[in-house]
Design a protein around this ligand. Sequence first.
Ligand code: FPP
Length: 286
Amino acid sequence: MFTNKLSKLLTKLLRTQPKYITASVSPASAAPDLMLPPDRLPAHVAIIMDGNGRWAQQRGLPRSAGHAAGTEALRDIIRASDDWGVQALSLYAFSTENWARSKDEVNALMGLLLKYFNSEIDELDEKNVCIRILGDVDGLPEPQRDAVNRAMERTRDNTGLKLNIALNYGGHAELIRAAQALAVKVVAGEMKPEEITNEAFEAELYTAGLPPVDLLIRTSGEVRTSNFLPWQTAYAEMIFDPVLWPDYDRAHYLKNLREYAARDRRFGGVKSAETEPTKETTEGSN
Ligand code: FPP
C-alpha cells in the first residue's frame, strides 16, 4: 500500500511539465525524436480506432484477430500519452451501434475488453491513471460491467492521465441524457430554464470536468466522426490518418501531434497578432 502511494507520488512529480516534451518513438529507445513544447501539446486527445477489420481481412484473418492486434496498439498509445504528458485521452472502443455486428465479433470484443482490464489495471493504477467509462455501463454484460466499475472505483482519485474509454457509447444518446437530466432539475424546481448554460450542460456529460477535445484522430482513412463526442469536439482539430488502427504506433501518434502543434487554432476569432479580439472581429470566423 505504502509503496503504491510512494510510486504514485513519484509519478505525479515526474509529470510536472518540463520546458519541452521529449518524445521517443520507440518505448525502448532513449533518444528523443522531437521536442514538443508543452503549450503545443493537446490537453485532450480523442481517437476513433478504425480499421481493425480491414487489417485482418488483408491478412486472411478473422475480424477478431484485427481487434486483438488493435488492443496492442491501444496499449502502446495509452503508455505514450502517459509518457508525454497528455492530460486526457478518450478512445472509441465500442459504440451503441456495434451491437449490430455478428455475435462472434461482439463476443470477441467483449472478451478483449475483459482481458484488457484484468491484465492492465495494476500497471495503470501504478502509473496514477484515472479511468472513466464514457457510455452506458449498465448496458454491458455483467462481467464487463463489474470489471469496468471496479477499475473506475480503484483509480477514481488518481491524478495522472485521464483515460476515458467509450463503451456502449453514442453521442446523440449522451446529449439526450444530459438534456433529460437538466429537464428533471427544472421540473423539480431545482434550476430555472435560463440557468441551462454551457457549463450546466457540460456538467451532465460523461466527460464532466475534463477539458474539451483539442485533437480528434481517426485512423483508416474514413473521414467522419461517427457520433463520437459531438459536443466535446466542437472546436477540435481533426486528423484523418490513412493507417489502419493495428498499425498505428508512437511514430504515427507523434506525427499527428506534430501536425496539431503546427496548426493555427482560432476558436472563431482571428490571429491575435493581426488584431485584438472584439465582438465584431470574431463573428463570422471559424
Ligand atoms: C473499428 O474497426 C474498431 C472497433 C469497432 C473496435 C475498437 C476496439 C479495439 C481497438 C480493441 C478493444 C478495446 C479495448 C478497450 C480492449 P472496424 O472493426 O470497424 O474496422 P473496419 O472498418 O476495417 O471493418
